[in-house]
Design a protein around this ligand. Structure first.
Ligand SMILES: [Fe+2]
Ligand SMILES: [Fe+2]
Length: 243
């Protein structure tokens, strides 16, 4: 197992491990490292991935420099290796939204977490991440995303998930493959709030979408997010039986 390392925005690194046996055509599991005075890792990966992913991080910095560890929601690919990361990085603190701390981290984290309010900014020194609560988007009550405001990078977790082992970064279409994956796997908790939650993200006008499974995207991301919101609105309508 090998983890590939790519800089997808200035001092923002994508760590990507391709598992060829997951799904019909393999699947990438991506974490993101924000290199700043107080470096932050977004997503931990599963415990089995920790040796490969941590070796890739060590190519950028000493693991002990990590100050923050965060993730979108409680699932193995998002936070399975949390304990391993906290053990390797003694100065690191895990940070998540208030719900995630209440329902999981206050009980399960090896060290006390730092809860971030919706909209709260964490100043990393040279980079700034803003916490955005997105309950049930893509799934799980505790779900939230981070927006790095210096580079305009939205860490969008499972939004835009697509299969295979495509390039680290593309300015091409990731919406088509993402809609196909949604129709295949049905991984999003589609509710009447889904479309509007994604439209709120579009208003940030991010320049890079850091995607957890598949290629990250560079370019005009707002129209892509608007189109994704419309796709989920349509999907909800098709799911809802007529009265
Ligand atoms: Fe997930
Ligand atoms: Fe995921």
């Amino acid at each position: 197992m090998e983890t590939r390392l790519d800089e997808i925005a200035e001092r923002i690194y994508r760590l990507s491990t391709f598992l060829p046996t997951v799904g019909p055509s393999g699947f990438t599991f991506n974490q993101f490292l924000v290199d700043a005075d107080e470096p932050l890792l977004f997503h931990c990966g599963q415990r089995a991935l920790f040796p490969a992913v941590s070796q890739a991080v060590a190519r950028v910095m000493d693991l002990r420099r990590l100050r923050w560890i965060s993730f979108s929601h409680v699932e193995a690919d998002e936070c399975g290796a949390l304990a391993e990361w906290l053990a390797a990085a003694p100065s690191a603190t895990v940070t998540h939204g208030a719900i995630g701390c209440a329902i999981w981290l206050n009980d399960q984290a090896p060290r006390p977490p730092r809860a971030l309010a919706n909209g709260e900014v964490l100043d990393l020194g040279g980079r700034r991440v803003r916490r955005l609560d997105t309950p049930h988007v893509p799934h799980c009550w505790d779900a939230g995303l981070l927006h790095e405001e210096t580079t305009g990078t939205l860490f969008c977790s499972d939004l835009f998930t697509h299969v295979g082992d495509p390039p680290a970064l593309t300015d091409g279409d990731i919406l088509g493959p993402a809609m196909a994956a949604e129709q295949q796997f049905g991984y999003t908790a589609v509710t009447p709030a889904t479309g509007d939650t994604i439209r709120r993200l579009a208003k940030l006008a991010p320049r890079t979408l850091a995607v957890m499974h598949g290629s990250s995207f560079t370019g005009a991301a707002a129209p892509m997010l608007e189109a994704l919101a419309n796709f989920y609105d349509d999907l909800l309508q098709k799911m809802t039986p007529p009265r």
